[in-house]
Design a protein around this ligand. Sequence first.
Ligand code: FUC
Length: 347
Amino acid sequence: MAVTKKILGTIDGKDIYKFTLKNKNNIEISCLNYGGIITEILTPDRYGNYENIVLSFDDFCDYKVNEAYFGAIIGRVAGRIKDAKFSIDDKEYFLEKNDGENCLHGGINNFSHSIWDVGYEDESTLKFTYFSKDGSCGFPGNIKMEVKYTLTDEDEFVIHYRGEADGKTILNPTSHSYFNLSGNAKNTIYDHLLKISSDNFLEIDEKCIPTGKLIDVKDTPFDFNELKNISDGLNPSYIQNEIVGGGYDHTFILNKHFDNEIMLYDRLSGRGLIVETSAPSVVVYTSNKMKEDFKVNGTLSKKYMGICLETQIEPDAINSNNFSNCVIDKNEVFLSTTKYSFKVMNF
Ligand code: FUC
């Protein structure tokens, strides 16, 4: 196990560092102190070729904008908050509107575009810490955030989230890597296979805001209880795939916790990814809105270039009565863990 640190340059006058974790099987994970952004996850294909399985910019300066949130820690609150407002104990809070009339991923200067302090817990773990001030992006309460990235010798990458506030507030962080198991984004995710242990997904409206209605996945392109090709939902014949531009940008309510809930597999490379989480749901986004005018992984960006598996509390939970709780009380500790296991498989 090894950890390395390298300075890349500056963004807005702040030093940007790249940290790399490497395990005994030569799997490597690299990330930045800027947004906790994961820039590389190098894993072998069935022939032993180590390639990057996440989308990333060649020039780190591009992360200053990063409209797609490549690889970033997302927060304070992942997903959309309807009309960029919410109430706690009859007090209304107004957030930044960075997605039409709504607030997306915690606003403009959110976790993904902030400098985090980075320390080494040990040779396998990086500890990111960030102090989110009361009122930032409109959210109440000071929050001490801690996110740990651990790479084990069993080829598991574990993200631990911890948040503690000095007043009642809301918190719903996630990680926003775009996975593409073909390696260095040589192909799109069109032929990736996906399995999700979920019987219901959240209906959304044309602004991608959950309506509050759960839809049974049975007999729809959202039934991934058996491993199947993602492409069923990329050629929209089903309204919920159509309204997000032909694909998925939806929340799946997970049936289990920490028991192989999600599997992604690429037949050509033989790479598999298993995601297990303590979170109640996962937002699956198949990069339907990926602009096709910039370079990523050394090639031109294109639709369906990556798939996000954003494990989290349901989006807009604070404005919905029947979703999980995202409110934390003064000095209450928020904890969440997501584990990614990297495999080579032969199906
Ligand atoms: C919104 C989210 C997606 C993704 C994208 C960058 O469309 O709903 O999950 O985060 O932004």
